[in-house]
Design a protein around this ligand. Structure first.
Ligand code: F6R
Length: 242
């Protein structure tokens, strides 16, 4: 595991954007796993700037988002597809049919998660998965539990996770959907490379526990210690408990 500590959140986002742009240059047909949330916004902004500067070409790339809310459509303003459209998809030349986001509005969610996993397999698996981390150690929507799902699955969201996503629902956490679809830990760990992005002092405790503490399903991000190729990109504020 390689840990790179940047001075500020902006520096971390800029460095990660440069890293991904470089990956796109070296492997134009790369398959990426992508996160949503507050943390990657600066990163997406920088990545869009690099695309506009001609340094990040998505024409041959394929992406799979980590998760999506269930029970709402991709057009809903609360959806992660809307988030991705706003922060990345509508600004870069990624072909829409290769920008995979789980369809949380589909009634037959079992078929949806099966087809999502099949599409990932057909794309040759994830080359690089980018992850954020929740304060309780969740990655994707894999919350702390006595057992974790390996594959893409449907899950009930904890109240704390819904509160953390309130910004997507006009600040009212009760309007955040109660369920979500999420990649499983196994799917993430099968990616050839993993990057974990975390910034801010409120992530310092969980970063310390996830990277230095015991591996446990009670802290899903601790599982990343099992992966042979992990890059952790953090700012100083998130690095104080390492
Ligand atoms: C979202 C996701 C989540 C977030 C986590 C941190 O796609 O995978 O695990 O990474 O909730 O969110 P922020 O960045 O808002 O603190």
């Amino acid at each position: 595991m390689r840990i790179v500590i940047h001075r500020t959140a902006q520096d971390a986002g800029t460095a990660l954007a440069r890293f991904v742009a470089r990956v796109l240059q070296l492997q134009p047909d790369v398959t990426l796993g992508l996160p949503t949330g507050q943390t990657p916004i600066l990163f997406y902004r920088e990545l869009v700037a690099l695309h506009r500067a001609g340094e990040a070409d998505f024409r041959q790339a394929t992406t799979f988002n980590l998760d999506e809310f269930a029970g709402i459509s991709g057009d809903d303003p609360r959806s992660f597809r809307t988030f991705m459209r706003k922060h990345l998809f509508s600004h870069v030349n990624l072909p829409p049919d290769r920008a995979h986001v789980l369809d949380g509005g589909r009634k037959d969610w079992r078929s949806e998660i099966r087809e999502f996993e099949s599409a990932m397999t057909a794309a040759g698996g994830l080359d690089l998965v980018l992850l954020g981390i929740g304060r309780n150690g969740h990655i994707g929507f894999n919350a702390p539990a006595s057992a974790l799902a390996a594959r893409t699955h449907r899950t009930r969201l904890m109240a704390g996770t819904r509160r953390a996503n309130a910004a997507l629902a006009g600040g009212d956490w009760r309007r955040v959907p109660t369920h979500a679809l999420s990649m499983g830990i196994g799917t993430m760990l099968e990616a050839r490379a993993v990057v974990l992005l975390a910034t801010g002092s409120d992530k310092a405790g969980v970063i310390g526990r996830a990277l230095r503490g015991p591996i446990t399903t009670r802290l899903p991000a601790s599982m990343l210690q099992l992966h042979p190729n992990v890059l952790v990109v953090i700012d100083r504020a998130a690095a104080t408990r390492l």
